[in-house]
Design a protein around this ligand. Structure first.
Ligand SMILES: [Zn+2]
Length: 110
């Protein structure tokens, strides 16, 4: 998948849950993690970062990383913060993602 396609997938996922206005998507040069969500505690919005390296990994890994981060976005929008806790795991399961904190192919952290 190209960055453009991955961005479209992430944007469509955010739009599908009415969070398109709450989270912007930015690409970062960070080979140590597939993605991240940046937010200020209690603000219910933020930035979804995706690693430039995502273009190089298999589709299942891309989907896993994006759903992992989307679950963080949902969590932030509901609680004003997020963590790899029971609530986040419940959200990621519900949207069809993997509740592992680390996507193990290539050891990409989220
Ligand atoms: Zn995470």
């Amino acid at each position: 998948m190209t960055k453009c396609e991955i961005t479209s997938f992430a944007k469509a996922s955010l739009a599908g849950i009415n969070l398109a206005e709450s989270f912007t998507i930015e690409w970062e040069e960070n080979p140590n993690r597939g993605g991240a969500v940046s937010y200020i505690r209690g603000e219910y919005r933020g930035i979804l970062y995706l690693s430039n390296d995502l273009e190089l990994v298999p589709l299942a890994t891309i989907t896993g990383v994006v759903l992992h981060e989307i679950a963080h976005c949902i969590d932030v929008s509901q609680r004003g913060f997020t963590a790899h806790d029971a609530r986040w795991r419940e959200i990621v399961r519900k949207i069809g993602g993997d509740e592992k904190e680390v996507i193990d192919l290539y050891g990409i952290f989220c």
